[in-house]
Design a protein around this ligand. Structure first.
Ligand SMILES: Cc1ncc(COP(=O)(O)O)c(C=O)c1O
Length: 385
């Protein structure tokens, strides 16, 4: 049986593959330290679980409106107004099955065959594949460690063509941890405005931010930028709700309407009682987020100390998310060779940077215990040495 061209062009997710391999080794009793997963290691906060369980038990188990329950869309609208200075009516907010789904739906809603999408590299592994699935052409824009892995207005202009339809901006970013300043985002918005290029602004890591960095939402800059921006956010990372599959897109009215229609014929609504959990996440106390952030902050500081002690490895200090993208070029190995040998010899799982469009790097996630961080980095030091 033939596989469609659309799907056979896809590259399987290396991040999920590494995580699966590490988990399989662990299940066989091997003492593996996993730095692969892009997933908080905390349990979902109790009040969020309790809210969902209450509604589950009360029989809130049926279809909801495909774009999400009205009270959740209203809570998201309030949150975006209060925290991000963004004015989206609840009707402009579509709740999806995870922010991954939000990005994909947003791309499906605006791309025509052959439209180009600018993706600054190193990029989150799924962006190019989603663009391909949506019929577009990913155009990879290489950034460098020297400029902090940031897309600059100059690079943006250089890679723009008459076919450019969308630019993806992910701040705080995966895998680099890069956080763009307000001025940097404003300069990129100027370029997008010159050619009416949509901005897909993936803000899923907005709450995981360090060293006084500040998150800005690009759509808040002006009416004109707002009209071009598709703002994506979700619950997986800030509330440790990865398995719940809840994210959202906030967009200009016509795009939101298109996504609503698309979703009504594909997944329909995200899980009913999970949406009630998300409502509790936004409406309830926020100290759970602060507590997780405090823990990540400690771990990040420790990773910095330990990495600084390995002379062959270098990195750009990440100001957001929970990753370090580590330059391994001084080891003389490519990223797949490095990752495979590291897993074989020292039983440490990392993600090869080739998955993010940069073969000179590997990514580690510090969404794992301090103990694992200590042991894992000691093993990496031994391996590199
Ligand atoms: C940059 C980025 N965007 C979106 C997502 C998707 O998150 P989810 O689909 O779990 O909401 C991830 C997950 O790793 C991510 O790293």
């Amino acid at each position: 049986m033939d596989i469609s061209e659309r799907v056979s062009k896809l590259t399987p997710s290396l991040t999920l593959a590494v995580d699966a391999k590490a988990k399989a080794m662990k299940a066989e009793g091997v003492d593996v330290i996993g730095f692969g997963a892009g997933e908080p290691d905390f349990d979902t906060p109790e009040h969020i679980k309790a809210a969902a369980m209450g509604f589950l038990e009360a029989g809130f188990t049926k279809y909801t409106p495909s774009s999400g329950i009205p009270e959740l869309r209203a809570a998201i609208s309030e949150k975006l107004k209060k925290e991000n200075n963004l004015d989206y009516d609840p009707s402009q907010i579509i709740v999806n099955c995870g922010a991954k789904h939000s990005c994909y739906n947003a791309l499906l809603a605006v791309l025509n065959p052959g439209d180009e999408v600018l993706i600054p590299a190193p990029y989150w592994v799924s962006y190019p594949e989603m663009v391909k699935l949506a019929g577009g052409e990913p155009v990879i824009v290489p950034t460098t460690a020297e400029n902090g892995y940031k897309l600059t207005p100059e690079l943006f202009r250089e890679y723009t063509s008459p076919l450019t339809k969308v630019v993806i901006i992910n701040s705080p970013g995966n895998p680099t941890g890069v956080v763009y300043t307000e001025n940097e985002l404003a300069a990129l918005a100027e370029v997008a405005l010159e050619d009416d290029i949509y901005i897909l602004s993936d803000e899923i890591y907005e709450k995981l931010i360090y060293d006084g960095a500040k998150h800005s939402s690009i759509a808040s800059f002006s009416k004109e930028v707002y009209e071009l921006t598709l703002t994506v956010n979700g619950f997986s990372k800030p509330y440790s709700m990865t398995g719940w599959r809840l994210g959202y897109v906030a967009a200009p009215k016509n795009v939101a309407k298109a996504i609503d229609s698309l979703q009504s014929h594909s997944t329909s609504n995200p899980t009913s009682f999970a949406q009630k959990g998300a409502l509790a996440a936004y409406k309830g106390p926020q100290d759970c987020v602060d507590e997780m952030l405090a823990e990540y902050t400690k771990r990040r500081a420790r990773v910095i100390e330990l990495l600084d002690d390995i002379s062959k490895l270098s990195y750009v200090k990440p100001n957001g998310a929970f990753y370090f993208l580590i330059d391994i070029s001084k080891t003389g190995m490519g990223s797949v060779e490095f990752s495979e040998k590291l897993l074989e010899q020292q039983k440490v799982a990392v993600v090869p940077g080739v998955a993010f469009g940069d073969d000179n790097t590997i990514r580690i996630s510090y969404a794992t215990s301090l103990d694992n961080i200590e042991q894992g980095l000691a093993r990496i030091k031994k391996f590199v040495g």
